[in-house]
Structure formats: structure tokens, C-alpha cells
Write a protein that binds this ligand. Structure first.
Ligand code: HEC
Length: 192
């Protein structure tokens, strides 16, 4: 996950950290609530830009929308909320979405939970971690692969889609998914 606005991040850490020391136990529940609601906002903004783009110009046109919009939407949601919001995957298309160690560990656990029969649409995990002397609250939620996603993440892509993806993402790994697979995860964090 890309670290947006590092300056704001450091500054808010300095300001917020001392204030929160006494309320440490109450924070994670509030943070979990915020994280869930942000994922809803981010997810619905993404879908809202994807669907009409596919309908009006086909998947090739929608690639441009995803390509240009996904990070912008993530950034807008992050700036508004004080959280850093992004997406990650074991098989990333955009190299900026390559998981860090914590995300990798949890993506692998999500696969195990799915294999054990858990419903992908409710798989989530959150943890308070110590990072560079700060308390950081991290949250991840699995993203299921739907039928719609297969046009660009499945195993039988149209030739023009395939060509456009190769052009934009020469190291694309995000293909050959099946409906119901875990496509990746939303990944959020906030300095408490
Ligand atoms: C029109 C093509 C298209 C469709 C349809 C599509 N995606 Fe993507 N997807 C992309 C592109 C392009 C990227 C890379 C975006 C970027 O550069 O940030 C991407 C990236 C992602 C990522 C971020 C991780 C990574 O691989 O970089 C996730 C998660 C994801 N898509 C999930 C989905 C899901 C779930 C659906 C169905 C609801 C879906 N996508 C439908 C084109 C598509």
C-alpha cells in the first residue's frame, strides 16, 4: 500500500498520540467502526465509477477509469478521514498495491479462512500494531471476485482488454480469478 501524505501522517501522529493515551482501550472499537464505514464508501465509489464506464464504453474504456480513478478515490477518502485507505492483493495488477509484510500475512490467513468455509464477504481482520514507536490501528477486509470482475481479472479476457492491460501493467498478476475467489483486500490504517 502506498503511503499518502507522509507529512500529514507524522504531524497528526505528534498531535494525536499524547491526547489518546488515557483512552487507549476505547479507541479500537471506534476505529473498527470507522474502518468498516470507510470501506463501504470506498467500495461504493469504485463500483459507481466502474459500472457506468463498462456500460457506456465497454471494459477497455473502464480500464482507463479504474486506472485513473482508483488511486484518486483512495486519496480523496484518505484525506477526508485521517485514515490511509488502499487496496492490496496476493496477485496485484498495480505494483503500488503489492502487500507489505503485515498485509501479506493476513492475505494468506484470509485464504486459509476461506478454505475452512468462511464466507469471503465477511472476512476481515484488525490489529493495533506498534510501528516506529507509534500505535497504529490497521484493518483489512477481503474483496470477493464477482462475475463483473472477470472481464478484467478472469481467465478469458477479450483481446482488446488483454492488450490494454499489458500496455498499462506489464507485470500484471491479477488475472485467472474465478467468481468467489478472494480478489484482494481493502487495507486501511490510522495512527492513534
Ligand atoms: C474494466 C476492467 C476492470 C474490472 C471490470 C475490474 N477491475 Fe479491478 N482492476 C482493474 C485495473 C485496471 C486495476 C489497477 C488499478 C490501479 O492501477 O490502481 C485493478 C485493480 C484492482 C484491485 C487492486 C489490487 C491490484 O490488483 O492492483 C482490486 C482489489 C480489484 N481490482 C478488484 C476488482 C473487483 C473486486 C472487481 C469486480 C467488482 C474488479 N476489480 C473489476 C481493472 C478492472
Amino acid at each position: 500500500m502506498k503511503l499518502y501524505s507522509v507529512k500529514v501522517f507524522v504531524l497528526s501522529a505528534l498531535v494525536i498520540l499524547p491526547l489518546n493515551v488515557t483512552a487507549e482501550i476505547a479507541i479500537p472499537e471506534q476505529a473498527l467502526h470507522e474502518a468498516r464505514s470507510l470501506v463501504k464508501t470506498f467500495g461504493s465509489h469504485l463500483k459507481a465509477s466502474l459500472k457506468p464506464a463498462i456500460q457506456s464504453g465497454g471494459p477497455v474504456n473502464a480500464i482507463n477509469v479504474c486506472n485513473l480513478q482508483a488511486e484518486k478515490i483512495a486519496e480523496a477518502v484518505s484525506v477526508k478521514s485521517n485514515w490511509q485507505v488502499g487496496r492490496t492483493s496476493l496477485k496485484a495488477r498495480n505494483a503500488n498495491n503489492t502487500p507489505d509484510v503485515w498485509e501479506l500475512k493476513n492475505l494468506l490467513k484470509f485464504e486459509q479462512r476461506k478454505a475452512a468455509g468462511e464466507d469471503v464477504s465477511t472476512i476481515e481482520y484488525s490489529e493495533l500494531v506498534a510501528q516506529d514507536g507509534q500505535s497504529v490501528y490497521r484493518y483489512m477486509k477481503a474483496i470477493p471476485t464477482a462475475g463483473l470482475c472477470l472481464k478484467c481479472h478472469g481467465s478469458q479476457l477479450d483481446n482488446d482488454v488483454s492488450a490494454k492491460l499489458k500496455e498499462l501493467y506489464p507485470y500484471d498478476q491479477a488475472v485467472n480469478f474465478k467468481e468467489g475467489d478472494i480478489r484482494g483486500a481493502f487495507s486501511l490504517y490510522k495512527v492513534l
